[in-house]
Design a protein around this ligand. Structure first.
Ligand code: FBP
Length: 547
């Protein structure tokens, strides 16, 4: 494989780890935990893994040594920079415990476990992938692990390969399933442990003990670099409004972080749209007003950041999606038999009058996405909905009306962009390279300590890596009951943007100024070497959350 100059140099980078796990380490157990909500139901569903204590690794006199352990690793869901470093951390971690330990990688995501598709990850393979982006070392997939037959098939291969523990690297849905699997294997006294690792560029798998999901840092730095470049182009050419949609299926963390880094003219935050009960027209009017105000100052250009999940936060559309979910779940068998070209009519006929009217008022592409094209977890595939185009068109129409009424005198020409896949496999920033490798090392220590149903946790991440805190959090502690596909299910609570949190409050205090002034910031590309203030800088979100 031909490597770029950066890849070659970067492969020698030794990720930094918390001082407490760098040498001798010892495990300390904290207090018993409770789930974040719905305690009685979660306890009933997870009798074996509920209430376990938070554990931390503290500096000890000796390194952890023990019998050889065979571990299986699975990458689940969307790519996120740093996945390869989690794997190299697990690999080095179990080899440090006993050099005869083995790491098996299940291929193509959770389906690899069920279909018994795997490879043994050797020194040679792992070394090829250290500090690289992507999930191509073993591939990823979105198969849900939730049926007992799948769990039993998984157990079969674990027994055959003498696997003592599985590490599932995934987002909230995949870690929820990791917890269900841990509970099942424990109830069966199978001897197979399950550990989760928090992954997703979306940044919505976080809580008091999991400060951030990996990949968020790198992805937002990549998007911010490009947004900065676009801003500089806009400010040079002075003729376009750029509408930029950013990934993040549900929460608007990615968009908020990019706004904090680049100070665009307009940033929409889905969670605020919902809290203020805004309609699509309210959003369009807000954008049009800023465009008109800048035009009054002779500034016929600007940048608008749009979170991918926006559409789902507009209250009227959220209600529509909720009814669609229940209706489709209740009529699934019948719906599957309806011919493709009759499906939209079927949906309209089965919705309440109010929601049918909203559904029919949406552009055809959007209504089709909402009703028909879901991912295996039942989520609307928001990355396929062209909200940036939709908004730009609607703003254009409104401004044309205002022009006739004499309320708008400027020019409005647009460009559209969608940044998502561009950032998901970038070479991990120093933050993600260090954080991910540490998560992997911690996962190995949790396994050696006999833990199951835990998520690997690395905290205190706004400090230098040597001061980071390492430990494990029971996954049941992060759970609550939510409606999924028409049924109440135990799931890890999704972390949405908090409107009373530091990052949003800072943004809200500045946005009026950023709207009218041209206050752009140009972050430039990720730096892998150089002063720590540039190369090791964590996200603005983390800094403001921990201020
Ligand atoms: P995960 O939650 O699995 O990490 O994936 C996040 C994400 O990148 C979203 O931001 C985006 O909506 C979605 O994946 C796109 O999915 P796909 O890769 O299947 O197109």
């Amino acid at each position: 494989m031909t490597k770029s100059a950066l890849q070659t140099e970067r492969s020698t980078y030794a990720p930094k780890v918390p001082a407490t796990i760098a040498g001798g380490t010892t495990l300390k157990e904290g207090k018993a935990t409770e789930s974040v909500a719905d305690q009685a139901e979660i306890k009933k569903l997870f009798p074996n893994t509920y209430g376990m204590p938070i554990v931390t690794f503290e500096k000890g006199s000796a390194a952890v040594k023990g019998e050889a352990i065979n571990v299986g690793v699975i990458l689940s869901g969307g790519q996120a920079p740093g996945g390869h470093n989690v794997i190299s951390g697990i690999f080095d971690g179990i080899k440090a415990i006993n050099k005869d330990s083995k790491l098996y990688g299940f291929l193509g995501g959770p389906s690899g476990l069920v279909d018994h598709k795997y490879i043994e990850l050797t020194d040679k393979i792992v070394d090829e992938y250290r500090n690289t982006g992507g999930f191509d070392i073993i591939g990823s997939g979105r198969t849900k692990l939730e049926e007992t037959e799948q769990f039993d098939k998984g157990l079969e291969i674990c027994k055959k390969l003498n696997i003592k523990a599985l590490v599932i690297i995934g987002g909230d849905d995949s870690n929820t399933n990791a917890c269900v699997l841990a509970e099942y294997y424990l109830a069966k006294k199978s001897g197979v442990q399950v550990i989760g690792c928090p992954k997703t560029i979306d940044g919505d798998l976080k809580n008091e003990m999991i400060e951030t999901s990996f990949g968020f840092d790198t992805a937002t730095k990549v998007y911010s670099e490009v947004i900065g470049n676009i801003e500089r182009d806009a400010n040079s050419a002075k003729k376009y409004w750029h509408f930029i949609k950013l990934m993040g299926r549900s929460a608007s963390h990615v968009t908020l972080e990019c706004a904090l880094q680049t100070q665009p003219n307009i940033t929409l935050i889905g969670e605020e749209v919902e809290a203020k009960n805004q309609t699509l027209d309210d959003i369009v009017t807000y954008i049009a007003k800023v465009v008109a105000a800048r035009a009054d100052k002779g500034l016929n250009f600007g940048t608008v950041l749009v979170p991918e999940g926006l559409i789902e936060f507009i209250p009227a559309i959220k209600k529509l999606i909720a009814e669609l979910n229940d209706m489709l779940a209740a009529n699934q068998a019948e719906f599957d038999k309806v011919a493709d070209d009759a499906k939209i009519d079927y949906v309209v006929a089965h919705l309440s009058a109010a929601n049918a009217a909203i559904f029919k008022s949406l552009p055809a592409g959007v209504s089709r996405q909402l009703a028909l094209e879901r991912d295996p977890h039942g989520n609307v595939q928001v990355s396929l909905i062209e909200t940036e185009q939709l908004l730009a068109d609607m703003v254009g129409k409104k401004l044309a009306e205002w022009k006739k009424e004499g309320k708008f005198k400027g020019k409005f020409a647009t460009q559209h962009h969608f940044f998502g896949y561009e950032g998901r496999c970038a070479a991990p920033s120093n933050f993600d390279a260090d954080y991910c490798y540490s998560l992997g090392r911690v996962a190995a220590l949790l396994i050696a300590s006999g833990k199951t149903g835990y998520m690997s946790s690395v905290r205190n991440t706004v400090k230098p890596a040597s001061e980071w805190l390492a430990g494990g959090i029971p996954i049941t502690a992060m759970m609550n009951m939510e409606k999924r596909n028409g049924k109440m299910k135990p799931v890890i609570q999704k972390a949405l943007v908090k409107l009373d949190g530091g990052p949003f409050k800072f943004f809200a205090s500045k946005r009026d100024e950023w709207a009218i002034e041209t206050a752009y910031v140009y972050p430039g590309p990720i730096q892998y070497w150089g002063p720590a203030s540039v190369a090791d800088r964590p996200s603005k979100t983390l800094e403001l959350e921990h201020k």
